[in-house]
Design a protein around this ligand. Structure first.
Ligand code: CTP
Ligand code: MG
Length: 384
């Protein structure tokens, strides 16, 4: 697929209203930084290519930690959200994407169908935004109840806001910087463009106050914990390379198979897909499909990882067992562990890699093949 839609995440704020000691985009929900949730949701969407993150002065270390294991392009933001967006757009002017999605890091839970609706709307418009009708009664207030406000036709506006890139860049450049823009759609509209409203989502609520964090923590606390298992075997043959956990291991024999035959990563993919109850590696990457011939199995793992993110989930732990007489796995374990952790974008202490022989019994004992087992624990948001 041609990936011409770029995502711009603004994460340069101080999060003063939310408190908590650390800017809200770097706080964790369900074991993962708010910014990382937003990033992963965007990355999991097939239509989005580059993702650029705008951060504030002195936030680089926190951002890199929050986004560990992910490919990141960090840019410096400005004193206001509008300036942060402008800096991001000016950077993207060099690569000229066709479309851009501008998203608040403070809205970590981004359902893929909102992105679908926005991109569809962009086929006929230069701007589209997610919005939800106001459901509560609205009144003017102060110390005492004031006049009611008719909520008919009133909407709450969310992000990501999606634009034809050239149009939003020109609109921002033409905006009087002395005025404060409420959002990017307002900037585009002021430049004379129509902006389409598409249906937003309750999950896209912005984290603004400590109470907002309480709600999200409660949503995540009784997580829907899923466990999946995977098992795979490949034949050992002379003249093949031996790939295990994404690491090329020197050995007299290697594993034969359609892809790079990384038996351990295949078991891992099945464990992750199993936890999601989304079929198995063969469903997602049919062996009959020639494009997977010789493919690096890390691509399959990245796909499974993105499926977890697309469901709003978090990988809590994976445990792998490699079953073979030879080679010895021990010396390679640290680099395998680091590689798997990076692929899954989780901490190394959430990755376990073990090995065993079968006492020379069976096909593994006779060195005819290598088997691998994996188990994955995944936390999905408990929404039902
Ligand atoms: N933002 C930004 N640059 C700024 C200000 C805000 O990139 N100078 C980003 C925030 O990081 C956030 C989004 O814009 O993802 C929405 O802004 P808001 O909710 O106001 O976040 P903060 O400004 O961080 O919070 P507060 O206003 O409470 O300090
Ligand atoms: Mg702010």
């Amino acid at each position: 697929m041609q990936r011409k839609t770029t995502a711009l995440i603004v994460a340069a704020g101080k999060g003063e209203r939310a408190g908590g000691g650390v800017p809200k985009q770097f706080r964790r929900i369900g074991g993962k930084a708010v910014l990382a949730h937003a990033y992963d949701a965007l990355r999991a969407h097939g239509a989005i290519g580059e993702i650029v993150v705008v951060i504030g002065g002195g936030q680089e270390e926190a951002a890199l930690e929050a986004l560990a294991g992910r490919e990141v392009m960090l840019l410096a933001g400005g004193a206001t959200r509008q300036q942060s967006v402008r800096n991001g757009l000016e950077h993207l002017a060099a690569s000229v994407p066709s479309h851009v999605l501008i998203h608040d890091a403070a809205r970590p839970f981004l359902p893929p169908d909102v992105i679908d609706r926005l991109l569809t709307a962009l086929e006929t418009s230069s701007g589209a935004i997610p919005a939800l009708p106001v459901a509560d009664t609205l009144v003017r207030g102060g110390d005492a109840l004031g006049e009611p406000v008719d909520r008919q036709g009133l909407f709450r506006v969310q992000t990501p806001q999606a634009f034809v890139f050239d149009a939003i860049l020109a609109a921002h450049r033409g905006w009087d910087s002395a005025r404060e823009a409420t959002d990017d759609a307002g900037v585009l509209k002021a430049a004379g463009h129509d902006v389409i409203l598409v249906e937003g989502d309750r999950m896209l609520e912005k984290l603004t106050t400590p109470g907002d964090f309480d709600v999200m923590h409660r949503l995540f606390a009784p997580s829907d914990i899923r466990t999946g298992m995977g098992y795979d075997v490949h034949r050992l043959e002379e003249g093949e390379e031996l790939w295990l956990c994404g690491v090329k291991v020197p050995h007299s024999h290697g594993l034969a198979g359609h892809s790079d035959a990384d038996v351990a990563l295949h078991a891992l993919v099945d464990a992750l897909l199993g936890a999601l109850a989304e079929g198995d590696i063969g469903t997602h990457f049919p062996p009959s499909d020639m494009q997977w011939k010789g493919a690096a199995s890390s691509r399959f793992v990245e796909h499974a990882r993105d499926r977890v993110a697309a469901r709003g989930g978090v990988i809590r732990h994976v445990d792998l067992t490699i079953i073979c007489e030879a080679p010895k796995i021990g010396p390679h374990r640290p680099v395998m562990r680091a590689h798997v952790a990076a692929l899954l974008a989780i901490a190394e202490d959430r990755v376990s890699i073990k090995a065993t022989t079968t006492e020379r019994l069976g096909f593994t004992g006779r060195r005819e093949g290598i088997a691998a087992q994996a188990i994955a624990t995944v936390a999905l948001p408990a929404l039902d």
